[in-house]
Design a protein around this ligand. Sequence first.
Ligand code: COA
Length: 372
Amino acid sequence: MRRSTIIGTGFYVPPDVWTNDDMTKLMDTSDEWIQERTGIKQRHIAEDGIGCADLAKFAAEQAIADAGMTNQDIDMIIFATLNPDVFFPGSACILQSKMPFGTIPALDIRQQCTGFIYAVAIADRFIRTGWCDNILVIGAEVHSTGLDFTTRGRDVAVLFGDGAGALVLQANGADGGVLSSFLGADGSGGDLLCIPAGGSREPASHRTVAEGLHYLTMRGREVFRFAVRAMPSATRQVLEQAGLTTADLKLVIPHQANQRIIESSAKALGLPPETVFSNLEWYGNTSAASIPIALCEAVEQGRIQQDDLIVCVGFGAGLTWGATAIRWSVPLPAVMPSRWKKIWQKLRYRYAALRSLVLRFLRWLFALRIKE
Ligand code: COA
């Protein structure tokens, strides 16, 4: 049976770290409040001018190298983000222009913090149906440019951070890999977590900016209540679909939003705390990037071994939620690219940059001719 297996992982966070004490210089808050209510100690923040595709590029390069591949082996890019580089074109296309992938399809997923789970489910379908062999799946966020770092926005701004995580999924006939996916959505809860203005219904204006309607707004307690129901339920459903139970689980990789949500979900599933991975204190909530970053760190720390059953589970705006059950089956294809393959890869990067320049120039020339 054709299945998809994770054969490469990579993540990247920008070097700038903002601790809770740094946040107190911007707004009326305290390290004690943030740690007590959320478990977060610090978050990474991107420099000015950096978009999520820039962070994604570093994570993608690592994941592709970890898979022992070069960009030419990738058939498709699926990119989950809630704060894309620009309104359009999509960040998957922007990433494609930064790395030499040729003209492979590039798809954006806008399911916010559940985006990565949706992206893996879609990639898995493309692979199972034989449409693709190798898909690069990315979750990347530059949250910091969409947050109100004043006391007005303190209930939201302290929660989030920037970062990117990536996986390479490959078609494989082995028994493991992605066993099942479960996805859910309930649009009636859309107003609990949203950016109220800046879209087609209420475009950006002086008023919307003055009122801060371009910032993320959230009804925290209601989101909390939704999360502690959604994560255990999605975990059970995805396991049931795979014919398994929580007793078979080695590790859960939950969306990293709040330590109390993670602990409460573990309790509801009857799992000991060590079965549920958390790195929230170091990164905050990186939305679509949180699950792939956590997965990469769990692999790095040796918390996932061959044949282990893991569940990645998330929730977010929409409202949306979902889970993926994975049997960790192929951790070592790692035939690193040969020296010649690496040189070829470098040449392709140069070629891609040149090609992009030439195409822009030709478009400019063509536009001149039309004006005449
Ligand atoms: N620093 C200090 N005080 C703050 C603060 C901050 N950063 N943010 C809010 N407060 C204040 C509030 O103004 C409120 O003050 P009041 O009692 O005088 O009105 C008080 O703290 C308590 O606020 P409350 O909303 O009741 O806190 P809470 O225990 O529900 O925790 C969250 C707030 C946001 C941490 C919590 O609701 C949460 O994590 N919800 C889920 C959010 C989430 O996961 N979002 C992402 C989904 S993908």
